[in-house]
Design a protein around this ligand. Structure first.
Ligand code: XIL
Length: 378
Protein backbone atom coordinates (compact mmCIF):
# COMPACT_ATOMS: atom_id res chain seq x y z
CA UNK A 1 0.00 0.00 0.00
CA UNK A 2 1.39 3.38 -0.85
CA UNK A 3 1.14 6.13 1.73
CA UNK A 4 -1.39 8.49 0.25
CA UNK A 5 -1.76 12.09 1.28
CA UNK A 6 -5.20 11.24 2.65
CA UNK A 7 -3.77 8.45 4.80
CA UNK A 8 -1.17 10.75 6.29
CA UNK A 9 -3.72 13.45 7.02
CA UNK A 10 -6.21 10.97 8.48
CA UNK A 11 -3.62 9.43 10.77
CA UNK A 12 -2.46 12.85 11.83
CA UNK A 13 -5.98 14.11 12.48
CA UNK A 14 -6.88 10.99 14.44
CA UNK A 15 -3.87 11.40 16.66
CA UNK A 16 -2.82 7.81 15.96
CA UNK A 17 0.43 8.53 14.21
CA UNK A 18 2.10 5.21 14.78
CA UNK A 19 5.37 5.52 12.91
CA UNK A 20 7.98 8.23 13.20
CA UNK A 21 7.47 8.79 9.48
CA UNK A 22 3.87 9.79 9.96
CA UNK A 23 4.30 11.75 13.16
CA UNK A 24 6.97 13.94 11.67
CA UNK A 25 4.73 14.74 8.75
CA UNK A 26 1.94 15.72 11.10
CA UNK A 27 3.85 18.42 12.98
CA UNK A 28 1.50 21.33 12.48
CA UNK A 29 0.37 22.63 9.16
CA UNK A 30 2.48 22.30 6.02
CA UNK A 31 3.49 25.10 3.69
CA UNK A 32 1.13 23.86 0.96
CA UNK A 33 -1.92 24.68 3.05
CA UNK A 34 -0.58 28.00 4.25
CA UNK A 35 0.07 28.98 0.64
CA UNK A 36 -3.32 27.75 -0.55
CA UNK A 37 -5.06 29.90 2.03
CA UNK A 38 -3.72 32.96 0.23
CA UNK A 39 -4.52 31.58 -3.22
CA UNK A 40 -0.85 30.69 -3.74
CA UNK A 41 0.86 27.36 -4.24
CA UNK A 42 3.96 25.93 -2.61
CA UNK A 43 5.97 23.03 -3.95
CA UNK A 44 9.44 21.57 -4.31
CA UNK A 45 11.96 19.79 -6.49
CA UNK A 46 12.20 16.03 -5.98
CA UNK A 47 14.18 13.04 -7.22
CA UNK A 48 12.52 9.68 -7.89
CA UNK A 49 14.11 8.11 -4.78
CA UNK A 50 12.54 10.80 -2.57
CA UNK A 51 9.07 9.53 -3.39
CA UNK A 52 9.80 5.81 -3.15
CA UNK A 53 8.07 3.79 -0.48
CA UNK A 54 10.04 4.01 2.75
CA UNK A 55 11.74 7.27 1.89
CA UNK A 56 11.84 9.42 5.05
CA UNK A 57 11.21 12.46 2.86
CA UNK A 58 7.97 11.10 1.47
CA UNK A 59 5.62 12.17 4.30
CA UNK A 60 7.36 15.54 4.46
CA UNK A 61 6.76 16.07 0.76
CA UNK A 62 3.11 15.11 1.14
CA UNK A 63 2.76 17.51 4.02
CA UNK A 64 4.57 20.48 2.53
CA UNK A 65 4.07 20.41 -1.23
CA UNK A 66 1.15 20.92 -3.58
CA UNK A 67 3.34 20.83 -6.69
CA UNK A 68 6.45 18.83 -7.63
CA UNK A 69 9.20 19.34 -10.17
CA UNK A 70 11.84 16.72 -11.06
CA UNK A 71 15.42 17.92 -10.60
CA UNK A 72 16.92 16.41 -13.74
CA UNK A 73 14.64 13.66 -14.98
CA UNK A 74 12.76 15.71 -17.57
CA UNK A 75 15.86 17.28 -19.11
CA UNK A 76 16.55 16.13 -22.65
CA UNK A 77 19.95 14.59 -21.89
CA UNK A 78 18.46 12.55 -19.06
CA UNK A 79 15.48 11.40 -21.10
CA UNK A 80 17.24 10.56 -24.33
CA UNK A 81 20.93 9.81 -23.64
CA UNK A 82 21.05 7.85 -26.92
CA UNK A 83 19.25 9.06 -29.99
CA UNK A 84 15.78 7.72 -30.62
CA UNK A 85 15.39 5.82 -27.36
CA UNK A 86 13.82 8.18 -24.83
CA UNK A 87 13.43 6.63 -21.37
CA UNK A 88 10.63 8.15 -19.32
CA UNK A 89 10.81 5.70 -16.42
CA UNK A 90 12.46 8.00 -13.84
CA UNK A 91 10.22 10.93 -14.70
CA UNK A 92 7.19 8.62 -14.62
CA UNK A 93 7.98 7.65 -11.02
CA UNK A 94 7.52 11.26 -9.98
CA UNK A 95 4.59 12.06 -12.24
CA UNK A 96 2.79 8.86 -11.15
CA UNK A 97 3.40 9.69 -7.49
CA UNK A 98 1.99 13.18 -8.02
CA UNK A 99 -1.09 11.75 -9.74
CA UNK A 100 -1.76 9.20 -7.00
CA UNK A 101 -1.54 11.91 -4.37
CA UNK A 102 -3.35 14.78 -6.03
CA UNK A 103 -0.25 16.95 -6.50
CA UNK A 104 0.41 19.18 -9.50
CA UNK A 105 3.49 18.82 -11.69
CA UNK A 106 5.90 21.32 -13.22
CA UNK A 107 7.84 20.17 -16.22
CA UNK A 108 11.46 21.29 -16.14
CA UNK A 109 12.54 21.75 -18.83
CA UNK A 110 11.65 21.16 -22.49
CA UNK A 111 14.63 23.12 -23.84
CA UNK A 112 17.79 24.12 -21.93
CA UNK A 113 21.16 24.64 -23.58
CA UNK A 114 22.84 22.68 -20.76
CA UNK A 115 20.33 19.86 -21.14
CA UNK A 116 21.09 19.06 -24.78
CA UNK A 117 22.44 15.49 -25.09
CA UNK A 118 25.90 15.17 -26.61
CA UNK A 119 24.60 13.32 -29.68
CA UNK A 120 22.32 16.26 -30.55
CA UNK A 121 24.94 19.01 -30.25
CA UNK A 122 26.56 18.82 -33.70
CA UNK A 123 23.19 18.82 -35.41
CA UNK A 124 21.78 21.56 -33.24
CA UNK A 125 24.69 23.83 -34.10
CA UNK A 126 23.80 23.63 -37.77
CA UNK A 127 20.89 25.28 -39.61
CA UNK A 128 18.98 22.01 -39.14
CA UNK A 129 18.88 22.74 -35.41
CA UNK A 130 15.29 23.90 -35.26
CA UNK A 131 13.51 20.74 -36.39
CA UNK A 132 15.51 18.61 -33.94
CA UNK A 133 14.90 20.85 -30.92
CA UNK A 134 11.25 21.39 -31.80
CA UNK A 135 10.72 17.69 -32.30
CA UNK A 136 12.05 17.15 -28.82
CA UNK A 137 9.84 19.85 -27.27
CA UNK A 138 6.82 18.34 -28.97
CA UNK A 139 7.79 14.81 -27.95
CA UNK A 140 8.33 15.50 -24.26
CA UNK A 141 5.40 17.87 -23.73
CA UNK A 142 3.16 15.60 -25.81
CA UNK A 143 4.23 12.50 -23.88
CA UNK A 144 2.85 14.03 -20.67
CA UNK A 145 -0.14 15.77 -22.27
CA UNK A 146 -2.77 16.46 -19.62
CA UNK A 147 -0.50 15.28 -16.77
CA UNK A 148 1.96 18.14 -16.33
CA UNK A 149 0.21 21.37 -15.41
CA UNK A 150 3.03 23.74 -16.24
CA UNK A 151 6.18 23.59 -18.35
CA UNK A 152 9.41 25.54 -18.38
CA UNK A 153 9.40 25.47 -22.17
CA UNK A 154 12.74 27.27 -22.44
CA UNK A 155 15.28 27.70 -19.64
CA UNK A 156 18.12 30.26 -19.39
CA UNK A 157 18.22 31.70 -22.91
CA UNK A 158 19.67 35.06 -21.79
CA UNK A 159 23.26 36.11 -21.09
CA UNK A 160 23.96 39.78 -21.77
CA UNK A 161 27.70 39.19 -21.33
CA UNK A 162 27.71 37.27 -24.62
CA UNK A 163 27.08 40.57 -26.43
CA UNK A 164 24.33 39.33 -28.74
CA UNK A 165 21.26 41.41 -29.63
CA UNK A 166 18.43 41.16 -27.10
CA UNK A 167 20.88 39.86 -24.47
CA UNK A 168 20.49 36.35 -25.89
CA UNK A 169 22.88 33.63 -24.82
CA UNK A 170 25.42 32.22 -27.18
CA UNK A 171 24.92 28.53 -26.54
CA UNK A 172 28.22 26.66 -26.24
CA UNK A 173 27.31 24.23 -29.00
CA UNK A 174 26.78 26.92 -31.60
CA UNK A 175 24.26 29.59 -32.51
CA UNK A 176 22.15 31.50 -30.04
CA UNK A 177 18.52 30.63 -29.76
CA UNK A 178 17.00 33.74 -31.25
CA UNK A 179 13.57 35.04 -30.32
CA UNK A 180 12.01 33.28 -33.32
CA UNK A 181 13.47 29.98 -32.20
CA UNK A 182 12.19 30.53 -28.66
CA UNK A 183 8.74 31.52 -29.97
CA UNK A 184 8.63 28.33 -32.05
CA UNK A 185 9.35 26.24 -28.95
CA UNK A 186 6.29 27.80 -27.27
CA UNK A 187 4.11 27.12 -30.32
CA UNK A 188 5.32 23.50 -30.39
CA UNK A 189 4.58 23.09 -26.67
CA UNK A 190 1.09 24.60 -26.99
CA UNK A 191 0.29 22.26 -29.83
CA UNK A 192 1.57 19.27 -27.88
CA UNK A 193 -0.49 20.11 -24.77
CA UNK A 194 -3.04 22.90 -25.23
CA UNK A 195 -3.90 22.98 -21.52
CA UNK A 196 -0.42 23.24 -20.00
CA UNK A 197 0.68 26.65 -18.69
CA UNK A 198 3.83 27.59 -20.58
CA UNK A 199 6.73 29.38 -18.86
CA UNK A 200 10.03 30.97 -19.76
CA UNK A 201 12.40 30.32 -16.82
CA UNK A 202 15.62 32.13 -15.90
CA UNK A 203 18.02 32.93 -13.04
CA UNK A 204 20.05 35.85 -11.69
CA UNK A 205 17.49 38.64 -11.95
CA UNK A 206 17.02 39.21 -8.23
CA UNK A 207 19.94 41.35 -7.06
CA UNK A 208 21.23 44.87 -7.66
CA UNK A 209 24.46 44.14 -9.53
CA UNK A 210 24.92 44.82 -13.23
CA UNK A 211 24.60 41.28 -14.63
CA UNK A 212 21.29 40.90 -12.78
CA UNK A 213 20.08 44.33 -13.96
CA UNK A 214 20.98 43.41 -17.54
CA UNK A 215 19.15 40.12 -17.35
CA UNK A 216 16.08 41.89 -15.93
CA UNK A 217 16.12 44.06 -19.02
CA UNK A 218 16.69 41.01 -21.24
CA UNK A 219 13.68 39.27 -19.70
CA UNK A 220 11.40 42.25 -20.29
CA UNK A 221 12.64 42.63 -23.87
CA UNK A 222 12.17 38.91 -24.52
CA UNK A 223 8.63 38.91 -23.09
CA UNK A 224 7.74 41.87 -25.31
CA UNK A 225 9.27 40.17 -28.35
CA UNK A 226 7.45 36.89 -27.67
CA UNK A 227 4.17 38.76 -27.32
CA UNK A 228 4.85 40.56 -30.62
CA UNK A 229 5.32 37.16 -32.24
CA UNK A 230 2.11 35.84 -30.66
CA UNK A 231 4.01 33.15 -28.82
CA UNK A 232 1.70 31.37 -26.36
CA UNK A 233 3.54 32.23 -23.16
CA UNK A 234 1.68 32.17 -19.84
CA UNK A 235 4.36 32.75 -17.28
CA UNK A 236 7.82 33.77 -16.19
CA UNK A 237 9.70 31.44 -13.86
CA UNK A 238 12.20 33.21 -11.64
CA UNK A 239 14.59 30.61 -10.26
CA UNK A 240 15.36 32.57 -7.07
CA UNK A 241 18.68 30.94 -6.22
CA UNK A 242 19.37 33.46 -3.47
CA UNK A 243 22.66 34.24 -1.80
CA UNK A 244 23.01 35.66 1.69
CA UNK A 245 25.09 38.85 1.61
CA UNK A 246 24.29 39.90 -1.96
CA UNK A 247 22.73 43.32 -2.26
CA UNK A 248 18.97 43.21 -2.67
CA UNK A 249 16.86 46.37 -3.00
CA UNK A 250 13.15 45.62 -2.57
CA UNK A 251 12.03 48.68 -4.54
CA UNK A 252 14.09 47.72 -7.60
CA UNK A 253 12.90 44.14 -7.61
CA UNK A 254 9.28 45.07 -6.91
CA UNK A 255 9.34 47.39 -9.95
CA UNK A 256 10.73 44.59 -12.11
CA UNK A 257 7.93 42.25 -11.00
CA UNK A 258 5.32 44.92 -11.74
CA UNK A 259 6.83 45.43 -15.20
CA UNK A 260 6.67 41.68 -15.86
CA UNK A 261 3.09 41.53 -14.57
CA UNK A 262 2.14 44.38 -16.90
CA UNK A 263 2.97 42.13 -19.87
CA UNK A 264 0.10 39.88 -18.71
CA UNK A 265 2.06 36.77 -17.68
CA UNK A 266 2.02 34.94 -14.35
CA UNK A 267 5.18 34.72 -12.29
CA UNK A 268 6.36 31.74 -10.27
CA UNK A 269 9.42 31.56 -8.04
CA UNK A 270 10.60 28.21 -9.32
CA UNK A 271 13.82 27.03 -7.63
CA UNK A 272 14.30 28.90 -4.37
CA UNK A 273 17.23 28.15 -2.07
CA UNK A 274 19.71 30.36 -0.20
CA UNK A 275 23.48 29.99 -0.60
CA UNK A 276 25.09 30.67 2.79
CA UNK A 277 28.81 30.90 1.99
CA UNK A 278 28.89 34.52 3.16
CA UNK A 279 27.00 33.72 6.37
CA UNK A 280 28.28 32.94 9.89
CA UNK A 281 30.03 29.74 10.94
CA UNK A 282 27.79 29.35 13.97
CA UNK A 283 24.88 27.23 12.76
CA UNK A 284 22.10 28.98 14.68
CA UNK A 285 23.30 32.38 13.54
CA UNK A 286 23.81 31.19 9.98
CA UNK A 287 20.34 29.66 9.72
CA UNK A 288 18.81 32.88 11.02
CA UNK A 289 20.74 35.00 8.50
CA UNK A 290 19.53 32.76 5.68
CA UNK A 291 15.95 32.93 6.94
CA UNK A 292 16.00 36.73 7.27
CA UNK A 293 17.45 37.11 3.78
CA UNK A 294 14.76 34.88 2.28
CA UNK A 295 12.03 36.65 4.22
CA UNK A 296 13.01 40.02 2.79
CA UNK A 297 13.02 38.56 -0.70
CA UNK A 298 9.69 36.78 -0.29
CA UNK A 299 7.92 39.74 1.30
CA UNK A 300 8.87 41.76 -1.76
CA UNK A 301 8.05 39.08 -4.32
CA UNK A 302 4.77 37.84 -2.85
CA UNK A 303 3.47 41.40 -2.71
CA UNK A 304 2.99 41.18 -6.50
CA UNK A 305 -0.40 39.67 -7.40
CA UNK A 306 1.02 38.10 -10.56
CA UNK A 307 3.19 35.81 -8.41
CA UNK A 308 1.20 32.57 -8.26
CA UNK A 309 3.48 30.50 -6.09
CA UNK A 310 6.84 29.37 -4.84
CA UNK A 311 8.89 26.20 -5.31
CA UNK A 312 12.04 25.29 -3.35
CA UNK A 313 14.86 23.47 -5.13
CA UNK A 314 14.57 20.58 -2.65
CA UNK A 315 13.37 20.48 0.96
CA UNK A 316 16.36 19.01 2.81
CA UNK A 317 19.84 20.55 2.95
CA UNK A 318 21.76 17.49 1.90
CA UNK A 319 19.74 17.17 -1.32
CA UNK A 320 20.72 20.63 -2.50
CA UNK A 321 22.66 21.06 -5.74
CA UNK A 322 24.61 23.72 -3.77
CA UNK A 323 26.49 20.97 -1.92
CA UNK A 324 28.44 20.27 -5.09
CA UNK A 325 28.47 23.60 -6.95
CA UNK A 326 31.85 25.31 -7.00
CA UNK A 327 30.47 28.83 -6.55
CA UNK A 328 28.67 27.99 -3.30
CA UNK A 329 31.48 26.32 -1.34
CA UNK A 330 32.12 27.73 2.15
CA UNK A 331 35.60 28.80 3.24
CA UNK A 332 35.22 26.79 6.46
CA UNK A 333 34.46 23.67 4.41
CA UNK A 334 31.14 22.98 6.13
CA UNK A 335 28.13 21.93 4.05
CA UNK A 336 25.66 24.50 2.75
CA UNK A 337 22.34 24.91 4.62
CA UNK A 338 20.19 26.39 1.84
CA UNK A 339 16.82 24.62 2.34
CA UNK A 340 13.92 24.61 4.84
CA UNK A 341 14.73 21.20 6.43
CA UNK A 342 18.02 19.99 7.91
CA UNK A 343 19.44 16.52 7.32
CA UNK A 344 17.56 15.12 10.33
CA UNK A 345 14.37 16.43 8.75
CA UNK A 346 13.92 19.11 11.37
CA UNK A 347 12.40 22.37 10.25
CA UNK A 348 14.82 25.30 10.18
CA UNK A 349 14.27 29.06 10.57
CA UNK A 350 14.01 29.19 6.76
CA UNK A 351 10.86 27.04 7.00
CA UNK A 352 9.36 29.56 9.45
CA UNK A 353 10.38 32.46 7.23
CA UNK A 354 8.66 30.93 4.20
CA UNK A 355 5.56 30.13 6.27
CA UNK A 356 5.29 33.66 7.67
CA UNK A 357 5.90 35.24 4.26
CA UNK A 358 3.07 33.10 2.86
CA UNK A 359 0.76 34.01 5.76
CA UNK A 360 1.47 37.68 5.22
CA UNK A 361 1.09 37.65 1.44
CA UNK A 362 -1.88 39.61 0.15
CA UNK A 363 -4.82 37.37 -0.70
CA UNK A 364 -4.81 36.57 -4.43
CA UNK A 365 -7.65 37.94 -6.47
CA UNK A 366 -8.34 36.54 -9.91
CA UNK A 367 -6.42 38.43 -12.57
CA UNK A 368 -7.80 38.70 -16.07
CA UNK A 369 -4.81 36.99 -17.67
CA UNK A 370 -4.28 34.34 -15.02
CA UNK A 371 -5.42 30.74 -15.03
CA UNK A 372 -7.70 29.28 -12.36
CA UNK A 373 -6.83 29.96 -8.74
CA UNK A 374 -5.92 26.86 -6.72
CA UNK A 375 -8.73 25.50 -4.57
CA UNK A 376 -8.62 27.10 -1.13
CA UNK A 377 -7.68 24.70 1.65
CA UNK A 378 -10.52 23.97 4.07
C1 XIL B 1 20.73 21.50 -11.55
C2 XIL B 1 20.56 20.23 -10.75
O1 XIL B 1 20.12 20.54 -9.45
C3 XIL B 1 21.85 19.46 -10.73
O2 XIL B 1 21.67 18.18 -10.14
C4 XIL B 1 22.40 19.28 -12.14
O3 XIL B 1 23.67 18.70 -12.08
C5 XIL B 1 22.47 20.60 -12.88
O4 XIL B 1 21.21 21.24 -12.83
N1 XIL B 1 18.98 26.10 -12.69
C6 XIL B 1 18.15 25.17 -13.26
C7 XIL B 1 18.20 23.77 -12.79
O5 XIL B 1 17.30 25.53 -14.08
O6 XIL B 1 17.89 22.86 -13.83
C8 XIL B 1 19.54 23.45 -12.20
O7 XIL B 1 19.48 22.13 -11.67
C9 XIL B 1 19.93 24.45 -11.15
C10 XIL B 1 20.04 25.82 -11.75
Amino acid sequence: MSVSRRTVLRLAAGGCAASAMVSRASEGEGLARRAARRGLSFGCMVRPEHVERGSPLLPVILREAAMLVPENDLKWRALEPARGRPDYSRAEKIVGFAERNGLKMRGHTAFWYKGVPDWAKPEIASPAAMPLALRHVQEVVGHFRGRIAEWDVVNEALEAGDGLPGGLRKAPFGQAMDAGYIADCFHAAREADPNARLYYNDFAVEYDDTPHALRRKGVLDLLAELKRRNAPIDGLGIQSHLCYGWRFTPRLYRTFLADVAATGVDIRLTEMDVADFHAATDIAQRDQQVADHARRYLDTALDEQAVVGLMCWGLRDRDSWMQSERWTQRADGSPERPLPYDDQLQRKPLWDAIGSALDNAPQRVRRRSAGPLPKAAG
